[in-house]
Design a protein around this ligand. Structure first.
Ligand SMILES: C[S@@+](CC[C@H](N)C(=O)[O-])C[C@H]1O[C@@H](n2cnc3c(N)ncnc32)[C@H](O)[C@@H]1O
Length: 243
């Protein structure tokens, strides 16, 4: 008799693999991924290679670049444009990216190798496994940008932004941390706002419509967002503060 595990979450993503990997892509998966992959069997530790060695450890508070010793998390980075941009702009921050789609992971591995990025860590799989692994209050900023929309009513329960994911995120985010969420689906924006409103550990950072209609300068456009723009869909840019 099979016992069904009702605690398993519904799958929130589509395919894991696209075309057969080219020899170069296979080499990146074989050689680079193990170097930067998150080890869920080991305790969480910040990458020391992202901390500039020129700054002495005993230097007075305030003399280190902003973000030193911080970890930021991106869930569902797709082609990795945003993750790689943030890693380059914030070399002292450790960027943890989660994405089950192999082709997207390969794009990030390629950038890590080409641009010698020392501050990127990757989990090729479901971000919720990483959320359960991370210690309390360990992440200073998180991004969920244009998650799979699951527009059909019967599939909406697969949407990643829901009460249980927000509870996981509330535990691992530091007080004051920012969580950014973007979508181009009005109904997803509405259901996500309801979920954030119900999770009292988050506060929506919007005072006027421009705060969610206009993408902040330090939030680069993603591939999926560019497609939404080409196809004329409204984009919503939400920022929440962990209280
Ligand atoms: C519509 S795409 C958007 C990708 C990218 N953020 C962008 O804006 O271009 C959503 C991505 O989220 C990923 N995803 C969905 N569920 C996920 C999960 N539970 N953990 C990690 N990634 C997930 C999918 O594989 C997919 O690549």
């Amino acid at each position: 008799m099979t016992i069904r595990d009702n605690t398993r979450e519904l799958r929130s993503f589509g395919r894991r693999k696209g075309r057969k990997a080219t020899p170069r892509q296979a080499a990146l998966l074989r050689d680079v991924l193990p170097r930067i992959a998150i080890d869920l069997a080991a305790p969480f530790a910040l990458s020391t290679s992202s901390v500039p060695s020129a700054v002495p450890c005993d230097s007075p508070a305030g003399s280190r670049p902003e973000g030193t010793n911080e970890a930021w998390l991106e869930i569902g980075f797709g082609g990795g444009e945003h993750l790689v941009w943030q890693a380059k702009q914030n070399p002292v921050v450790t960027l943890i990216g989660c994405e089950p789609f192999e082709d997207g992971v390969v794009k990030v591995l390629d950038a890590v190798e080409r641009d010698h990025l020392a501050n990127v860590r990757v989990h090729m799989g479901d971000a919720r496994d990483v959320l359960r692994w991370l210690p309390d209050a360990s992440i200073a900023r998180a991004f969920i940008l244009f998650p799979d929309p699951w527009p059909k009513r019967k599939h909406q329960k697969r949407r990643l932004v829901n009460a249980s994911t927000l509870a996981l995120l509330a535990r691992i985010l530091k007080p004051g941390a920012e969580l950014r969420f973007g979508t181009d689906i009005g109904d997803y924006a509405r259901s996500a706002l309801e979920a954030f409103h119900a999770e009292k550990r988050f506060c929506w950072q919007a005072e006027r419509p421009a705060d969610w209609r206009i993408r902040p300068a330090d939030w680069p456009e993603t591939r999926y967002e560019a497609k939404a723009e080409r196809e004329g869909r409204v984009r919503y840019y939400f920022r929440f503060r962990r209280l």
